[in-house]
Design a protein around this ligand. Structure first.
Ligand SMILES: NC(=O)c1ccc[n+]([C@@H]2O[C@H](COP(=O)([O-])OP(=O)(O)OC[C@H]3O[C@@H](n4cnc5c(N)ncnc54)[C@H](O)[C@@H]3O)[C@@H](O)[C@H]2O)c1
Length: 363
């Protein structure tokens, strides 16, 4: 095996601490330094991982100059992310960035452009793709065993306590928190599982009177995907009760797939007119950790093989972030958005849109 990638972890909040654990466990990388604006977070990591003081920084620029990492894991909040991402790429490091790549599609395009020009890898942490139920659903779609997906309902109905200790605070006050922080994972899953691209969106966002979020915590959207797939989506963090509802049901030419828990409970109905579903048993996963572990292992393996657009790539992420941004615009204008026009208005090159990832994980 080649030398492990010397990695700088930036952001030691709720998510960064998970990444610290995963980077520490992944044999193809070694943690060369930590960055956080908050001294107490650096002190806690020094204590947990016995890191020398000289490997801890409060400023990204200082850390890049001192550590000269091969890879940077950016796990800061998305505000101000584009400046940090561009700085990392200017320093010649590969970048693995948490989602969303940016809060503005134009900024995300500039980051992808910078990575392409620098010949550096850019991957995005859309770890939901690595949940077993998601890779299994994708494999069923690709096998064609129950035909092609035709239409679906995606329901994510949750009361998320944004003040819960240990949870990030910034979604309470950011623009469109549900869309940019949560629905982005769901839209990415839809594209990934159906192996299809969103062609048209229509969306309304909403914030109930009791919401603890300053901006909309509910997203209601209709998405049309290539191959004629129609998706009705509703996602909320502002459910009135603590009873979480999740259901992602897709009807196919000759059956259906139904997922009834956020991270598990996938079942299949075979044949048109089927009267029951059969469970599809899958190994258990630690939520939001084991999927990210698989993502990291996959990205590290691709970097070791010299792949410059490792899956899940920044390039591919533009088409998930694009759907999020188009939903926001549709909400404001009250108009349906044709994605082709939307990408043209945001200067996303056609050759990037035409590019398809290969070597994606399958079960
Ligand atoms: N993929 C997932 O499943 C998942 C889950 C949770 C969070 N996230 C993502 O991870 C990212 C971070 O979220 P979080 O929950 O850890 O947030 P957080 O607020 O808990 O932590 C952010 C940390 O970054 C530090 N920070 C902020 N700006 C910085 C800067 N410019 N330089 C250095 N340090 C800085 C803060 O001091 C804080 O310690 C977000 O993009 C979020 O969407 C992803």
């Amino acid at each position: 095996m080649s030398q492990p990638f010397r990695t700088l972890l930036v952001g030691l909040g709720a998510r960064g601490r998970v990444w610290a654990r995963l980077l520490n466990e992944e044999p193809r990388v070694t943690i060369a330094g930590f960055v956080d604006q908050a001294e107490e977070r650096l002190a806690a990591i020094r204590h947990a991982y016995r890191v020398p003081t000289g490997a801890c920084f409060t400023d990204l620029g200082d850390a890049l100059g001192a550590v000269r990492p091969d890879l940077v894991m950016l796990a800061t909040p998305p505000m101000g992310r584009s400046e940090d991402a561009l700085r990392v790429l200017e320093h010649g490091a590969h970048l693995l960035c948490e989602k969303p790549l940016a809060l503005d599609l134009g900024d995300a395009v500039r980051i992808v452009e910078a990575a392409e020009q620098a010949g550096r890898a850019l991957a995005v942490g859309v770890n939901f793709r690595y949940q077993h139920c998601v890779t299994r659903a994708r494999a069923i779609v690709r096998s064609g065993e129950i035909g092609r997906p035709a239409f679906s309902r995606y329901v994510y109905w949750r009361n998320r306590d944004g003040y819960r200790p240990g949870l990030n605070r910034y979604p309470l006050t950011m623009r469109q928190p549900m869309l940019y922080e949560q629905s982005i994972h769901h839209f990415d899953q839809l594209r990934f599982v159906y192996d299809a691209e969103v062609t048209r969106v229509s969306c309304r966002c909403h914030n109930p009177s009791w919401s603890m979020y300053r901006d909309d915590a509910t997203v209601s959207a209709v998405l049309e995907l290539s191959g004629g797939i129609l998706v009705t989506y509703i996602g909320t963090w502002s459910a009135q009760t603590k009873m979480t509802d999740f259901e992602w049901r897709t009807d196919f030419d000759r059956g259906a797939l139904v997922q009834r828990q956020m991270f598990s409970d996938l079942s299949i109905a075979r044949g048109s007119g089927a009267e029951r579903v059969e469970p599809l048993p899958l190994p258990a996963q630690e939520q939001l950790v084991d999927d990210a572990r698989l993502l990291l292992a996959h990205v590290a393996a691709q970097l070791a093989a010299g792949t410059l657009r490792p899956h899940p790539s920044g390039l591919d992420h533009l088409k998930t972030l694009g759907v999020v941004a188009a939903c926001e615009e549709s909400h404001h204008t009250g108009q349906a958005i044709l994605m082709e026009d939307f990408y043209a208005r945001h200067n996303v090159p056609d050759r990037w849109l035409a590019w398809r990832e290969t070597g994606r994980p399958e079960r």
